[in-house]
Write a protein of this length. Sequence first.
Length: 167
Amino acid sequence: MKKKMQLSNGMSFLGPVRIGMTILLLIFIIFLQLGDRVSAAAIEDVEAAVIASISVDSMEKSTDRMFKKFYGLDPADYEAVVLYAPKTNMDVQELLIIKLSDTSQAEAVESAILSRLESQENTFEGYAPEQYAMLEDHHVLDIRGNYVLYIVHEDAGAADSAFKSAL
């Protein structure tokens, strides 16, 4: 006959273990539900929210061709792409919002953005310390489910907050 292990108060040892495992399972399920949420928000609404939170005077809405040039990605691969590029080559302020067709695209997009950031840092490091500092200290790359935000701007934090709220 098998004996159950019992705690000093007569309670089975397995009872607290089961309760603990159930709690951990619930926490895990909740964590999974919070991550990688796909948003049904229209990119126009996300763009409007982000633009309302910052000044875009030094940027202009750009074309798919410029997106491909900057990031080496084909805009046709994504549901939608919005790019505000610097008006001059001496500025680094930039805004990119991508609505992914599939969340599996996020890794490739992140890699392209980080490559662009590194390239910009290398370009401006030697001769434009203010622009280099902005690249270093005032950029945000935020991936939320099927949306990606990349911004280089003195108010990047405000843009990121607006982005999150719009989703």
